[in-house]
Design a binder for this molecule. Sequence first.
Ligand code: SAH
Length: 255
Amino acid sequence: MSLSPAIRFVLVGTQHPGNMGSAARAMRTMGFTRMVLVAPEKAPNHETDAMAAGAESLVREAPVFASLAEAVADCGLVLGCTARSRRVALEELAPPLAAERALSAAAKGREVALVFGRERTGLTNEELQLCHAAIHIPSDPDFSSLNLAAAVQVIAYAVRMGQLMHGTGVVGTSIQDAENETDPPASHQDLEGFFGQLDATLHAIDFHKGRAPESAMRKLRRIFLRNALSIKEVRLLRGVLADAQRMAMLAGKQV
Ligand code: SAH
């Protein structure tokens, strides 16, 4: 199940109607549909539709609030995007880490808000105070401010990548927990059983050919340990080894 419905993109005090449309398009391309508006300076208009390029329903259906506090009242995690790095007394996250936080909160059933400020002045300090952390896209410090919709695109992409990299996750548990429920990680004991069988198989197929087996085993262990195998994956690998062992035995009988 997708976590995207738990994540809303909040545009605060947007000044250009076209930007609402561009932001909607940016969201929609990354699989997000929940836009929330806070006191837009101008109502959405034909420029909005032109820039939305088919995603205008996100703006049309967006709830409009008078203040950010109202727009995020039901949220368990609020992250405020700011072009001004390190000038806020908030923890500052780069987009990948922010995406991870957002997805893990959404997986726990919390509502998540990603908040974007005004084109000219960004978010006020009071608005940032409502956020649990700030997100800063690490832009060139001498030219740090992205266009509003470009910032929405970068953040939406980061969250989408987070989702794709972790699988979609299931609402109600963290992404990691959700994965673990269906495919828990292999224990130390599972892995040692696998390595024992791998060692035996390498002997059976005469992989070492007189060389000391330790060096190859050390490298092979490193490969498998690096990949944090699950129980199911270890089972699959052991199935492959079992067949290799069987074939080696058959071949041994033939000679
Ligand atoms: N001059 C404004 C820039 C506003 S740009 C300022 O100093 O804040 C409009 C919005 O896009 C910002 O409020 C922020 O939410 C987002 N944004 C632009 N550049 C960003 C960046 N480098 N990192 C994170 N968010 C950014």
